[in-house]
Design a protein around this ligand. Sequence first.
Ligand code: SF4
Ligand code: SF4
Length: 234
Amino acid sequence: MTVKITIDGQEVNARAGDNIVDVAAQNGVYIPTLCYTRGKPCLGTCRTCSVKVNGSVMAACTIPVREGMEIDVNGDEITDMRKALVELLFAEGNHNCPSCEKSGRCELQATGYEVKMMVSRFPYRFTPHPVDHASRSIWLERDRCIFCQRCVDFVRDKETNQKIFSINGRGTYARIEIDVELANKMPADQVREAAELCPVGCIIDKTQGYDVPIGKRKFEVKSIRERALGGGHR
Ligand code: SF4
Ligand code: SF4
């Protein structure tokens, strides 16, 4: 069924039930996301895709379109709200892009550019997050985790379907954990996929690093906005 909605005042037709992020992209309007990635179920954890729907702030990836919806993506207030959310993610972790293996391929870094972030308006917390290098092929650089839950939900043991990653604790004490025994069974291609799936440089594949020269890295070749509007972030 087709419904009529407006996005930033423009009337568009959409398939009922599609989420707002996808419908906006189909109509050339970019909404940043860090947990949602097209083709995977919505997680709704990062809120970076916040928009106003009929005046209320909602996470666009979690909302299916319905007849008559009025969606504000690029109004000043909601644009600044999304920017503040990205700034919070930088303030909560410890990010040092120039030395990070994911630099140039990192969705958080690329989104920071898209929302025109220069520096976080929030105080940096500098919470220590110990690294975990116990598994044979994965290095967990916890300073950079944004708790999107992609790895938790989408990376599973191929034989048993058990989760390999989990989040332990809450708030400041939350940390991403890895089941070392299951991680050690992961084939090389699954390790690589997990490192790619992580939107930041938290899951690092120990067998590769800094492979692509500066200037040719993923988001330097094609921005995250172009990728999102072209049918996917990754
Ligand atoms: S994870 Fe992304 S934002 Fe964080 S240091 Fe690495 S490149 Fe920078
Ligand atoms: S390790 Fe990466 S994929 Fe997993 S929750 Fe943290 S940021 Fe998300």
